[in-house]
Design a protein around this ligand. Structure first.
Ligand SMILES: Cc1ncc(COP(=O)(O)O)c(C=O)c1O
Length: 475
């Protein structure tokens, strides 16, 4: 039965969304604990990330108390253009006001044709056909099906530590047991090889059953950057052995890495399939795009009977297509790709310059504005104790010593870059300014100074969290 407070507030025309938001402001974690994911609520509360954000603009968020945050996470990379980009919003409002029909289905919608045309122009090689989906994993599923159908082979090779999404097919290509646990059996004939290892790739290709090799041009988990020439040679090996080279640019694409596609850092490379998602619609609407060579497409959609053999109800929704066209326009007009490279280099070099001063800081690696900061064991005795203590409690705990105070004291949102590694990841929007970079640099330096004082308050928080995690696991 509905109580009074559960009746949706009305205004002329129906639901009053602003009143609804106002009525329930601050109830986020209570609602999630009850209806969405209580374990996630506990995690966020434990590390102090249980904030209620009520406004977003560009690279900034504001919480319910009016505190301003710098968002160096960008919704896992979705907000490449920053939040609520006014130019994309204007396009969407104009488009809504046209009453233009979407998803008629028994027709060929014009806007998806135009977005496909624009995306093709930005590819480093000849990719002829475009499929539109609704998420990164949906794009990966498309690529898996295309590769199997085009080559007539079953095998998909992927890299250790890879992340291609969490649907069943994509999970079969996931290189992290923490995500796979509990969901076996996986798709057959999927085999993992080390990232950056051409010999291992060729050994798999020589087995003769490989449909495709899927790879992230920068691995999201850990921010692992390939050696120069690796991706180029991997593509050549795939072609030599009749397999497809699948470039997963879900996170790295759309200018994030200082090129439209991160793979362009390899020079003239020839991917067979490219997958885009995340920033493609400016953060407004779920979308993915899979670009492929014509011969691959011809094999999949080989006759009129097979013309809808791969599809999805929401594929090519006009709102997503309009947002995609607007996002590309914003990237071009504001020169965001060059900006990502310039600011990424500025931030990366400044962080690298801190390494000699801080024992825990081991490596900074980046492509454009996708950056990994790796911590490692210190040499002095006291700090060694801290390192050991934290790692004994939990192998994913150490980087929390950076991301918790970055949020709590400096109001900067970052994330750890994966399970059981000592890396934090920065994915700022491409619209950040030099002042924002300075905000991060000042904050990070302060965090490092605190981390290098052991014993000290920075470590008390972490040991408390470690103890709580241990108690929870023991239950
Ligand atoms: C490289 C890569 N591929 C695929 C995916 C899956 O995308 P989604 O979460 O939209 O399904 C991700 C998500 O982070 C990703 O980083």
């Amino acid at each position: 039965m509905q109580t009074d407070s559960e009746v949706l507030p009305q205004r002329s025309g129906g639901l009053d969304i602003c009143a609804l938001i106002e009525q329930h402001e601050g109830r986020n974690y209570e609602l999630h604990a009850e209806h969405i994911n209580p374990a996630n609520v506990r995690t966020l509360q434990t590390i102090g990330f249980d904030r209620c954000y009520v406004r977003g603009e560009g690279p900034y968020l504001w919480d319910i108390e009016g505190t301003k945050y710098l968002d160096f996470l960008s919704g896992y990379g979705v907000f490449g253009l920053g939040r609520n980009h006014p130019d994309v919003r204007r396009v969407l409002i104009d488009f809504l006001n046209t009453d233009y029909p979407s998803l008629v289905k028994m027709e060929a919608p014009m806007l998806s044709g135009l977005l496909a045309q624009e995306l093709k122009k930005r590819m480093p090689n000849q990719l002829d056909m475009v499929f539109f989906g609704n998420s990164g994993a949906d794009g990966v599923e498309t690529a898996i099906k295309y590769a199997k159908c085009a080559t007539g082979k079953p095998g998909i090779i992927y890299c250790e530590k890879a992340f291609h999404g969490l649907t069943s097919g994509a999970l079969s290509l996931n290189g992290d047991e923490n995500f796979r646990s509990g969901f076996a059996p996986f798709m057959p004939d999927c085999r993992a090889i080390p990232f950056n290892d051409l010999e291992a790739l060729e050994a798999e290709l020589l087995k003769g059953d490989v449909a495709g090799f899927i790879v992230e041009p920068v691995q999201g988990k850990g921010v692992n950057i390939p050696s120069p020439g690796y991706l180029y040679e991997a593509a050549a090996l795939c072609h030599k052995h009749g397999a497809l080279f699948i470039d997963d640019e879900v996170q790295t694409g759309m200018g994030r890495a200082g090129r439209f596609l991160a793979i362009e850092h390899e020079g003239e490379i020839d991917p067979d399939i490219v997958i885009l998602s995340k920033a493609l619609s400016g953060g407004y609407i779920p979308i993915s795009a899979v670009l492929c060579k014509k011969w691959i497409h011809d094999k999949v959609f080989s006759s009129m009977q097979r013309s809808v053999v791969h599809s999805s109800t929401f594929s090519q929704g006009n709102f997503a297509m309009a947002a995609g066209l607007a996002a590309l326009d914003v990237i071009d007009r504001y020169d965001l790709i060059a900006k990502a490279e310039k600011l990424g280099d500025f931030l990366g070099h400044a962080l690298q310059a801190m390494i000699p001063r801080f024992e825990f800081l081991h490596e900074v690696r980046w492509r454009g504005l996708m950056m990994g900061i790796e911590f490692g064991p210190p040499h002095s005795l006291g700090l060694k104790t801290a390192w050991k203590l934290i790692h004994t409690m939990d192998k994913s705990l150490f980087p929390q010593a950076a991301i918790i105070p970055l949020l709590d004291k400096h109001h900067i949102i970052t994330q750890i870059a994966g399970h059981h590694i000592d890396v934090i990841k920065l994915l700022p929007p491409l619209v950040i300014s030099e002042d924002d970079v300075q905000w991060f640099l000042g904050a990070f330096e302060d965090v490092l100074i605190q981390m290098h004082r052991f014993p000290g308050p920075a470590w008390d928080v972490l040991t408390d969290i470690g103890r709580m995690a241990l108690t929870h696991r023991a239950r």
